[in-house]
Design a protein around this ligand. Structure first.
Ligand SMILES: *Cc1c(COP(=O)(O)O)cnc(C)c1O
Length: 450
């Protein structure tokens, strides 16, 4: 008998906040689900943690065998306020009983407008802003590009090395890494160009020099007159939590402004208190023209947005933006509750606290283990890059082995990076201190044993 044979488990912060392994990972109930998955679900949809999840909250994910795993991934930076946050649950329950859908483009409702107002208020800059809501990060990025093209009458878009912007056709073109995101799925959208990213650990360039290099490429290979938008993650996510050198982003913003190019910050992963500020752009003192958001916005419900300068956002004709489900009322209710939690619980401060613990611990591991080449990130978006100490070359096998060993010991960690050699830490901001500490103990032991 597995846990799923009982009444549904209540998740959220009241779940016992402990790492508890009662079977090997995966246990029998998880194995049963994974066998069904293998038979019923397309192989292209992979999974990292071989469990059958049944409840989550605070800092744990509980599986059908009764194992309780420490969550250092937040479902890829989504459950930032915590899984099944009580206020999100209550807002969703109230909304779902009231109405589930009207289609905002058919019969508007208040929660969509309130989410737009909140985004206009919270995103960087005090200029006049408007927002439009969508379902996924990729959809938000696609729409930001549509808006920039319509507003400028230009077509080209610049994205960067190591960028990740999604899996739809346009966003595959914008994403840098072939495997697993693009390989075999072309042809890709045209008028997408790639510029070098500032990657201090590997390029050794100052922010100003890295920006000059990118701008020179843009001017020579595209020409500002043809360029609608420069699209960048202020701190890159899937690409390896790459934090650009100081000055890189401001120089790009200045160049865009001087050349009538729309600067789009993709804050799908870095947004909503994750980096210790509401948006990573705030950390670099930049004001993007358009900001894309998703992941952390709604406590786990699917919602995404483009927010930006009113004159840009209004460039598209009526009916040119939208979608059947975009800004679904249940997702909007969840977002309003999550946004209130970000503000009321000062979760940016919590992210900074968690970041200090993460960086402190990882740097101390690094000081005695040269395989940890770099520790970087901001707030609760921190990564360790693993290298061969002799050559400095990326060591993907080591990152993979450490991540796998952590999961087997009941700690969920995710890898990332163009070279697959980065372990990223994205704990929910609701994780109690003792679980973060215990999770990092497991990481340290896994590395020592690898
Ligand atoms: C995850 C991600 C996306 C894509 O979001 P989806 O909701 O998976 O479509 C886009 N940009 C960044 C920076 C992301 O991290």
């Amino acid at each position: 008998m597995s846990l799923t044979d009982h009444a549904p488990l209540v998740g959220g912060p009241s779940l016992p906040q402990e790492r508890r392994l009662v079977t090997p990972i995966p246990g029998p109930a998880s194995q049963e689900l994974l066998a069904r998955k293998a038979a019923a679900v397309a192989s292209g949809v992979g999974h990292t943690v071989p469990i059958h999840a049944v409840a989550a909250g605070g800092g744990v994910v509980v599986d059908a065998d009764g194992n309780s795993l420490i969550d250092l991934g937040s479902g890829i930076a989504v459950t930032t306020v915590g899984n099944a946050h009580p206020a999100v649950v209550a807002a969703v329950q109230a909304q779902v009983a009231q109405f589930t859908h009207t289609c905002f483009m058919i019969s508007p409702y208040e929660s969509y407008v309130a989410v737009a107002e909140a985004l206009n208020r919270l995103t960087p800059g005090d200029h006049a802003k408007k927002s439009a809501l969508f379902n996924s990060g990729a959809e938000a990025v696609e729409n930001a590009v549509k808006i920039a093209r319509k507003a400028t009458g230009r077509q080209a878009v610049v994205a960067f090395d190591h960028a990740y912007h999604g899996r739809t056709n346009l966003t595959m073109a914008l994403t840098a890494k072939s495997m697993p995101y693009k390989s075999g799925f072309g042809p890709f959208a045209s008028e997408v160009y790639r510029a070098p990213m500032s990657y201090p650990f590997r390029d050794g360039l100052s922010g100003a020099d890295a920006a000059a290099k990118a701008i020179s490429l843009i001017e020579k290979q595209i020409g500002a007159d043809n360029l609608a938008a420069v699209l960048i993650e202020p701190i890159q996510g899937e690409g390896g939590f790459i934090v650009p050198a100081d000055g890189f982003l401001p120089a790009l913003v200045d160049w865009c402004r001087a050349n009538g190019v729309v600067f789009i910050a993709d804050e799908v992963q870095s947004g909503f208190a994750r980096t210790g500020a509401m948006f990573a752009s705030d950390l670099f003192g930049i004001v993007p023209d358009l900001v894309t958001t998703a992941k952390g916005i709604a406590g786990g419900l699917p919602l995404a947005a483009v927010t930006g300068r009113t004159e840009l956002m209004d460039a598209a004709h009526a009916g040119g933006l939208g979608g059947t489900y975009g800004g679904n009322p249940i997702a909007c209710a969840a977002a309003l509750a999550a946004i209130q939690a970000f503000e009321d619980e000062d979760l940016s401060a919590r992210a900074r606290e968690l970041g200090e613990v993460l960086v402190g611990r990882l740097r101390s591991i690094q000081s005695s283990d040269p395989r940890v080449g770099d520790v970087r990130g901001r707030g609760a978006m921190i990564a360790a890059e693993f290298v061969d100490p002799a050559t400095g070359q990326p060591d993907a096998a080591l990152a993979g082995a450490v991540a796998k060993a952590c999961i087997a010991e009941g700690v969920i960690v995710l890898t990332c990076g163009t070279y697959g050699n980065v372990i990223r830490f994205l704990p929910p901001l609701s994780i109690p201190d003792h679980l973060l500490g215990e999770g990092l103990d497991v990481v340290a032991a896994a590395l020592a044993a690898a």
